[in-house]
Design a protein around this ligand. Structure first.
Ligand code: PMT
Length: 399
């Protein structure tokens, strides 16, 4: 009963995924929530208000100008009643109206009138999801503290394949019950992720085994916790978490530049990337030929992104990672002090099946006044625990 005593106002807008909402209502009520449903005219083409009334046990609201409804629970009362306004499915049209602040129906009016936590589960055609207008609307809403769950990747009702499917009701309920949605509400969080590549010649480069999975999971957890996330990513093959702004970088120098371009007014900086400490002094303009038995290269030091951020005049709460294969805690504590960090996550990369390019990891998180061991688990779950810990310590520091 993880949603016991929660008042959830479920907004249903007009997409094919609306047919899943009776199941969603059942799963929410099974967790102890009281659910009231607001449905748009278009949504009523996809799901019957009568079904939603039957499963929620409450009348379904659909018109703004309905004297009978206003005489019972009026729209302002409904807005005040809600702890959470969950809109599922949220169509592209709905996102646009919310971002614009239009109030031409009951649901959009409620969005403006409520102080409840607003959570969207978008659903639309994959091309509509990718459309710049949709992405701008989404980021506007997120900057205002709206949380976004999904959408998922896969086959769509229209036959397309891609990102745009509404999350399954079970996934929505899991995220609602697991997500610490208020922890970083409105905070700006800058995160580095993945490896860097340092060029040797037109065809070769030096890199490492970082997949970006840890950093991307942290970005996702930070978005879920209500943060505005700038993700600075090295070359990886992952899709960026929904709801964060992605900035690509290849080399350490480029990553340094992107971080500095985005660090203004950041509240928290998390350096998950495996940045090359050195780069070749010279990049050959032509492919290096194998004329000799030995090849000697000279390297020069790359800028230290983490150290430079931690030493800024208005430095954010700066969290470093320490990937170590021996003396893990000792080296991590040294980095915490010498780089002037608020926190460091020590990563024992000698542990089997954890760390680089794995789906699992474990961390020993250390800060000046304390420490916490986060045991081995999926990077998704570990990232949620790490974000909760960072938020706790950040909030202590800033109060
Ligand atoms: O990407 P995955 O496959 O999911 O793997 C995750 C991970 C193992 C890469 C990640 O959990 C991790 O441990 N990242 C830190 C890797 C690393 O390079 O650690 P380091 O000890 O060399 O660097 C210390 C810290 O300084 C790190 O926060 C690093 O991002 C930062 N750094 C290092 C060098 C540099 N020039 N600039 C930096 O900002």
């Amino acid at each position: 009963m993880l949603l016991a005593n929660k008042h959830i106002l479920l907004g249903v807008t007009g997409g094919i995924a609306a047919y899943k909402t009776p199941d969603l209502v059942r799963k929410l009520t099974a967790q102890g929530a009281t659910v009231r449903v607001v449905i748009t005219h278009a949504a009523a083409e996809f799901v019957s208000p009568m079904s939603l009334q039957a499963v929620s046990g409450n009348p379904v609201h659909h018109t703004l100008l309905d004297p009978a409804a206003e005489a019972a629970m009026g729209h302002i009362e409904l807005a005040k009643w809600a702890d959470i306004l969950l809109i599922a499915p949220a169509t592209a049209n709905c996102l646009a109206k919310l971002a614009m602040g239009l109030a031409d129906d009951l649901l959009t009016t409620l969005y403006l009138a409520t102080t409840a936590k607003v959570i969207l589960a978008p659903a639309m055609n994959q091309q509509m999801w990718k459309a710049p207008a949709t992405q701008v609307n989404l980021s506007t809403l997120q900057q205002r503290g709206v949380s976004v769950l999904g959408p998922a990747d896969g086959e769509q009702a229209c036959g397309d394949v891609g990102v745009g499917r509404m999350l399954e009701p079970m996934d929505i309920v899991c995220q609602l019950t697991a997500t610490p949605t208020e922890l970083l509400k409105g905070k700006k969080v800058v995160i580095t992720a993945g490896p860097t590549r340092e060029e040797l010649d037109p065809v070769r480069y030096i890199t490492n085994h970082s997949s970006g999975k840890m950093g991307y999971a942290i970005a996702e957890a930070a978005v879920a916790a209500g943060a505005r996330v700038e993700l600075i990513s090295g070359p990886v093959t992952l899709s960026p978490p929904v709801g964060c702004s992605l900035h690509n970088a290849i080399s350490a120098e480029q990553m340094h530049q992107r971080v500095m371009q985005n660090i203004d007014e950041a509240d928290i900086f998390i350096a998950t990337a495996a940045v090359a400490d050195y780069r070749p002094k010279q990049v050959a303009s032509q492919k290096i030929k194998k004329n000799n038995d030995e090849l000697t290269l000279t390297f020069v030091k790359n800028p230290d992104i983490l150290k430079d951020v931690a030493n800024l005049p208005n430095a954010p709460f700066t969290v470093g990672f320490a990937a170590e294969s021996e003396n893990v805690e000792t080296y991590a504590r040294k980095k915490l002090v010498t780089k002037k960090l608020a926190m460091i996550a020590a990563n024992d990369i000698s542990a089997q099946g954890l760390g680089f390019n794995s789906d699992k990891n474990a961390l020993h998180v250390i800060w000046k006044e304390g420490e916490k061991k986060l045991p081995a688990t999926s990077k998704t779950s570990l990232a949620q625990s790490l974000i909760a810990l960072i938020a706790e310590q950040y909030n202590k520091k800033s109060t």
